[in-house]
Design a binder for this molecule. Structure first.
Ligand SMILES: C[S@@+](CC[C@H](N)C(=O)[O-])C[C@H]1O[C@@H](n2cnc3c(N)ncnc32)[C@H](O)[C@@H]1O
Length: 267
């Protein structure tokens, strides 16, 4: 009961945008979003967009499944999913069909972020906008995990591109270990003992998560490392995109980036 009340209070505060922390997202939406597009992983907190802008919601699970997955959230605040599909591939979305793609606190859940950025870019019309926020590792439950270096992202991307997805699965075990021994104990007092798991216990949990392709924060960002990733993407993978803005948001606990596809692209 008390948890429900706190959760709806939190949602109401987020919705109002009265704290500067959430104003950055709202202001950037007003400045950069026009037309119609997608939001991936909106869950209980869809981006507030200006009037006249239309958004369809994409999650790999339905609203009902999200209600079951997140009992701590107020069910009424969880948004119905328009497209139940993998938002990292957007397979049902035609090329060049969207004015924008929004992804707030989603990219860190991707095991191959450069490929995911490419998949989102594919759906955008010339002049289209990518609106992305990531949590800053040192300001969330990932505190204590190493930042992911650029070369790691490039290796992930090239392994899959060159037909070695098993090697990526192998690399992901490292992330499962960090998640279990650092992120999970940081975020959940009941799992503090994970810090002291024996090697065997830890490997057994890693095995289970890896086999089930469990969703975690695979990668950890600082503002600078996020910008470095986006610069690589716009220089080496999609040079028809540019980084229009990188904005400090939620008091520095997240970084918000706006990427634009050149209006002249494809002409
Ligand atoms: C941390 S929540 C983000 C909630 C909200 N956007 C926010 O800003 O607080 C991550 C969301 O991304 C969704 N998600 C993770 N991986 C996904 C994928 N491959 N395809 C679609 N949605 C995904 C999860 O189901 C969840 O709803």
């Amino acid at each position: 009961m008390a948890t429900r009340f706190l959760s709806s209070l939190k949602a109401a505060v987020k919705e109002s945008g009265i704290f500067p922390s959430y104003l950055a997202r709202k202001r950037a939406a007003a400045r950069f979003l026009r037309g119609s597009g997608l939001e991936i992983g909106e869950l209980h907190f869809p981006l507030q967009v200006p009037s006249g802008v239309t958004v369809k919601y994409v999650d790999y699970v339905s609203r009902e499944e999200n209600i079951r997955k997140f009992p701590e959230l107020d069910a009424a605040s969880i948004v119905p999913t328009d497209y139940v599909e993998d938002g990292f591939t957007l397979a049902s979305i035609p090329d060049c069909s969207q004015d924008f793609v929004i992804a707030n606190h989603v990219l860190e859940h991707a095991s191959n972020p450069l490929q995911v950025l490419s998949n989102w870019a594919r759906g955008l019309r010339p002049g289209g906008t990518l609106f992305i926020t990531v949590p800053i590792g040192s300001r969330c439950f990932d505190k204590g995990r190493p930042l992911t270096p650029l070369q790691h992202f490039i290796d992930d991307y090239e392994l899959v591109r060159d037909g070695n997805p098993q090697s990526l699965d192998e690399k992901n075990r490292l992330h499962y270990r960090e998640w279990l021994t650092i992120s999970t104990p940081n975020s959940d007092a009941r799992n503090r003992h994970y810090r002291n798991l024996s090697g065997e216990e830890l490997e057994s949990l890693v095995e289970t998560m890896s086999a089930g392709k469990a969703e975690i924060h695979f990668h950890v960002f600082s503002r600078e490392s996020f910008v470095t990733l986006l610069d690589y993407f716009t220089t080496c993978i999609r040079s028809d995109f540019s980084v229009k803005a990188v904005i400090r948001s939620r008091g520095g606990a997240e970084s918000l980036a706006i990427l634009e596809r050149s209006p002249q692209a494809g002409r």
